[in-house]
Design a protein around this ligand. Structure first.
Ligand code: CU
Length: 261
C-alpha cells in the first residue's frame, strides 16, 4: 500500500477517535440529564473509560486494517509463518492489565459511596420497594415511622421523594429478577428474589423522571415503568401526610424495616 493511502486511513481513524472522545467529554448527546450528587462522578468515570477504550479500539483496529492491506496477497509472494514473540505478547498483556488495575483503584471511592457506605438511616427518607411482574410497589412508613402498620403509605408505579435528602431504599422482588433503574440518578440495581437489597441515592432537582426495569423479566417487561417525582422537602412532607393510611400493599408481603439487611 502506498504511504499516502495508509496515512489517509490512519488520519481518518484518529479523527473519528478524537471526535468520539470530544463528544464524550463534552457530556455526550446520549446521556440523560443527571440530577444526583453521585451522578457527576459516575459520568466522569464513564468518560475516562470511554476515552481509554476508544484509544485502544483505534490502535487495535487501525493495526488490523493496516496489516490487511500491507500483507495482502500479491502474485509471487509466499506466506511466512511466524510463531511466538515474547516481547510483544508480554506488552499486550501487561498494558491492559495495568489499565484495569488503574481503573479498579481509581473508581473505588465512587463505588464505595454508591454501593458500600449507606447514609445514616436516621436522617434518610426510608422507602421499601417491592418489584413484581410487572409493577413497582412503593411503601413509606407513615407518621409512626414503622413499616407494616395501618398508617403506611403505599403507591404503585410512583416513587415520591424530597429534593436534596438522602433516600434509603430496601428492595425485594416477588417473582423473578428485576432491575431498578433511575437513569437520571445513575442508579441501576438488580433485585433478586430471596434477597433484600439496600440502595441509596439523592435527587438535586425537582421534576418528574423515569423509572424503568432494566432486566428482561417476562413478556410484560416493556411496561414495567414508573415515575419518579422529586418534590421540594415541604411539599413532600405534606404529600406524605395526605396519603397516610392508604393501606397495606396489595398482598401481605410480610416484612418490616430491618436495619442492615
Ligand atoms: Cu422487571
Amino acid at each position: 500500500m502506498k504511504g499516502t493511502t495508509r496515512d489517509g486511513i490512519l488520519s481518518v481513524l484518529v479523527g473519528v477517535a478524537l471526535a468520539c472522545s470530544g463528544t464524550a467529554f463534552a457530556g455526550g448527546p446520549w446521556l440523560p440529564e443527571n440530577i444526583s450528587s453521585l451522578g457527576e462522578r459516575v459520568d466522569y468515570l464513564y468518560r475516562v473509560i470511554f476515552v481509554i477504550t476508544t484509544i485502544m479500539l483505534v490502535l487495535t483496529e487501525g493495526a488490523l486494517v493496516l496489516f490487511v492491506f500491507r500483507y495482502r496477497h500479491r502474485p509471487g509472494r509466499r506466506v511466512s509463518q511466524v510463531h511466538d514473540h515474547p516481547v510483544v505478547e508480554t506488552v499486550w498483556s501487561v498494558i491492559p492489565g495495568l489499565i484495569l488495575v488503574f481503573l479498579a483503584i481509581y473508581q473505588w471511592s465512587a463505588w464505595a459511596d454508591a454501593k458500600v457506605r449507606p447514609p445514616d438511616s436516621a436522617s434518610a427518607v426510608r422507602v421499601q420497594i417491592f418489584a413484581r411482574q410487572f409493577e413497582w410497589h412503593v411503601r413509606y412508613a407513615g407518621p409512626d415511622g414503622e413499616f407494616a402498620t395501618a398508617d403506611d403509605v403505599t403507591m404503585i408505579n410512583q416513587l415520591h421523594i424530597p429534593q436534596g435528602k438522602p433516600i434509603l431504599v430496601q428492595a425485594r422482588a416477588q417473582d423473578v429478577i428485576h432491575s431498578f433503574f433511575l437513569p437520571n440518578l445513575r442508579v441501576k440495581q438488580d433485585i433478586v428474589p430471596g434477597n433484600t437489597v439496600l440502595l441509596w441515592f439523592d435527587a438535586l432537582k425537582n421534576g418528574t423522571y423515569e423509572i424503568a426495569c432494566a432486566e428482561l423479566c417476562g413478556l410484560g417487561h416493556y411496561r414495567m415503568r414508573a415515575q419518579l417525582f422529586v418534590h421540594a422537602p415541604e411539599e413532600f412532607e405534606s404529600w406524605l401526610q395526605g396519603k397516610s393510611g392508604t393501606g397495606a400493599v396489595p398482598e401481605d408481603w410480610g416484612w418490616d424495616w430491618k436495619e442492615g439487611t
